[in-house]
Design a binder for this molecule. Structure first.
Ligand code: ADP
Ligand code: ZN
Length: 636
């Protein structure tokens, strides 16, 4: 429900390349043209060509005339062995005096004619136009095939765009037109109870369920409801599951499609698929449209990786148009999209009235992991004394899907051993197997890394608490990774702030620096995890110096982008010095503050390692700090 305004991120660059690598692979797979029907046609054409070639050879062989070369022909003419010859272009066919037929190629020169005349060869010249040579035939057939191929492709595209396809199964329809799958309420078994943990996501989606249950109520009250929800999270953390659960709770159908399904070889197909999908959804309203991997269509425009981005842009534009239609229309359709790359999305998608609500679906924390395990061991014979809590503790960085897999593997293991029930040992073996497969690939971290992250985040959080008047109230701290961040501490704005004071800006700087300072204070070492913190701190300080007139350099505006305010290199040096000075001062101050509160810092970090996610209220209690007035307001 709250918007996250500040995310102090502990980033690690090694993940960036992995994610983009995966993404490219996915893209490649989806982007290969002719990956369906037309491939058969190509093969067919190839076979046809080979047959044609063989045929031509055969035709040559079956000819009853001998093929002779030019000099042989000349010799025969001079020896008066040639009776007659018919010339068409450079091809010549003739009859020898002994009655045998021959054919040859003769250069188009005067000499040939003279020679033929001199030796009394009966010569006929036919115009080439009247002759249908083999090559003409070949060209004609190739042309026909090409035309046929193009016609076939166009028909395919039209089919894909506007009809065809049929139902499969009784409840899940494959929509031929839009490629979307439609799930009828009767086939949806999931509800919010099927989704373990993910409390925040469920909370945020309750509104959507309420709306879908009784849209009239909302309309009667004139309440505006978000029509587009963006689910952000790494694969396997239950985004699809959540959408199914929403549909199950609201007892309404949902249409599921992947962003990559919109992208076709032909421009216009994607757009018409979008149109059709929305038409179907409106017809079945109240309903949900779920677009998985929306980044496949929703990348910011003008960033096409060669080829096909015209098509993508058209598709994206159509999607935007359809969503804008909700503003005026009366349809009770909710669009939910999922991605793990919100950073690459076109900003237009995130504007009000479109996907204006973002719901994070993070890796599950300790408690959620235990709950997910509980969901998945249902229906499996499990040792009643199995310490689920212990398993949850041993699986940090596992996604929901990993945990489902863990249970499955353990059960397989037990049945292979012909055991009566699944025991801890099976779980341990299965976990080790999965961990091995996940190494370097995901967020599984060493105990040292976890410890560093915990102290880093505790540093941010404690600084927020130590600057109560000027910082945004703390919301929660977590060492559960999300996207590229290994941990986060969130603050919430008490109100929409358009103007910030100098003290508030400096508090933001100190909070940003708190992560690194804490690492240095505790471990006496520096890590790379604080790079984005430094970037944001530097950003704020530079703005203070250059734009807000909040430094010793006075109240001038120093801007490099506007010509009227350019400054000399000497001033540039002064600015750099001033920025450095302010950053240094604040670093020292932060260091002092955290050092004076080291006991609290350690307590907070330890608790984080233990619980993985801490909410502000827990922290106030634990550190015995009086909750902030404004914070009480938010919590209430
Ligand atoms: P995503 O769409 O985010 O990639 P899915 O919704 O497809 O993830 O999740 C894959 C599977 O992982 C689910 O079908 C479910 O079995 C399991 N899973 C993921 N998250 C949860 C959860 N919170 N509770 C229970 N099961 C989960
Ligand atoms: Zn940080």
């Amino acid at each position: 429900m709250f918007e996250i305004v500040k995310e102090n991120c502990y980033t690690d660059n090694k993940f960036i390349s992995i994610f983009s690598g995966d993404f490219m692979k996915r893209k490649m797979k989806n982007k290969l043209p002719f990956n369906r029907g037309p491939k058969n046609l190509l093969v067919g054409m190839l076979i046809f060509g080979v047959i044609l070639l063989l045929l031509s050879r055969l035709m040559n062989l079956s000819r009853d005339s001998d093929s002779i070369n030019y000099s042989t022909f000349l010799n025969k003419v001079e020896a008066k062995e040639v009776k007659s010859v018919t010339v068409s272009g450079q091809d010549a066919k003739g009859v020898l005096t002994n009655g045998k037929k021959f054919e040859t190629v003769i250069p188009y020169s005067q000499r040939s004619w003279d020679l033929l005349e001199k030796n009394n060869v009966e010569t006929t010249v036919v115009s080439q136009a009247g002759q249908l040579s083999f090559w003409h035939l070949f060209m004609l057939i190739s042309l026909l095939i090409t035309v046929g191929f193009v016609w076939y492709m166009i028909r395919q595209a039209r089919n894909a765009a506007s009809g065809g396809g049929g139902g499969s199964g009784s409840n899940i329809f494959s929509m031929g037109k839009s490629k979307a799958k439609m799930f009828l309420p009767s086939s949806i078994k999931e509800n919010f109870d099927s989704v373990a943990g993910a409390a925040e996501a469920k909370e945020e989606l309750k509104d959507v369920v309420d709306f879908l249950k009784s849209p009239e109520k909302f309309k009667r009250l004139g309440a505006k409801i978000t029509r587009g929800v963006l689910l952000v999270g790494e694969p396997g953390n239950g985004k699809t599951l959540l959408v199914k659960a929403v549909a199950g709770e609201a007892n309404c159908p949902f249409f599921s499609i992947s962003g990559s399904d919109f992208i076709e070889v032909f421009v216009g197909v994607g757009a018409s698929r979008v149109r059709d999908l929305f038409k179907q959804a409106r017809k079945n309203a109240p309903s949900i449209i779920f677009i998985d991997e929306i980044d496949a269509v929703g990348r910011h425009r003008g960033s096409g990786h060669g080829g096909g981005h015209d098509e993508r842009e058209q598709t994206l534009n159509q999607l935007l148009t359809e969503m804008d239609g909700f503003q005026t229309g009366n349809d009770s359709v909710i669009v939910i999209a999922a991605t793990n790359r919100p950073d690459v999305l076109d900003k237009a998608l995130l504007r009000p009235g479109r996907f204006d609500r973002t719901v994070h679906v993070p890796f599950p924390d300790l408690i959620s992991r235990e709950q997910i395990l509980k969901v998945h061991i249902k229906g499996i014979k499990i040792d009643p004394d199995l310490p689920l809590h212990k398993i949850a503790r041993g699986t940090p960085g596992f996604s929901g899907a990993d945990l489902a897999n863990l249970v499955n593997q353990a059960a397989l293991n037990a049945s292979k051993m012909k055991k009566q029930m699944v025991t801890m040992k099976d779980f341990e073996e299965s976990r080790d197997k999965i961990m091995l497969g996940k190494e370097n690939k995901t967020m599984v971290r060493t105990p040292e890394e976890l410890k560093t992250t915990a102290y880093h985040e505790a540093g941010h959080a404690l600084m927020t608490l130590l600057l109560p008047k000027v910082s945004d109230p703390l919301h929660k701290v977590t060492i559960i990774p999300r996207g590229r961040a290994l941990g986060l501490s969130h603050s919430l704005p008490e109100r929409d702030k358009y103007v910030k004071t100098k003290d508030e800006l400096l508090a933001d700087v100190k909070i940003s620096l708190g992560g690194r300072v804490s690492e240095e204070l505790i471990f006496n070492q520096k890590t790379t995890g604080a790079s984005s913190d430094f970037r944001s701190a530097t950003h704020i300080v530079r703005a203070m110096v250059c734009s807000y007139g909040m430094s010793d350099l006075g109240t001038a505006v120093y801007s490099q982008s506007r010509e009227d305010f350019t400054y000399s290199s000497k001033t540039a040096e002064l600015i750099d010095k001033e920025v450095q000075k302010i950053l240094d001062e604040n670093y020292k101050e932060t260091f002092k503050m955290l050092k004076n509160n080291k006991d609290k810092l350690v307590k907070l970090a330890q608790e984080l390692l233990d619980k993985e996610t801490l909410y502000a209220s827990d922290i106030y209690q634990m550190l015995d700090i009086e909750p902030r007035e404004d914070h009480k307001l938010i919590e209430g």
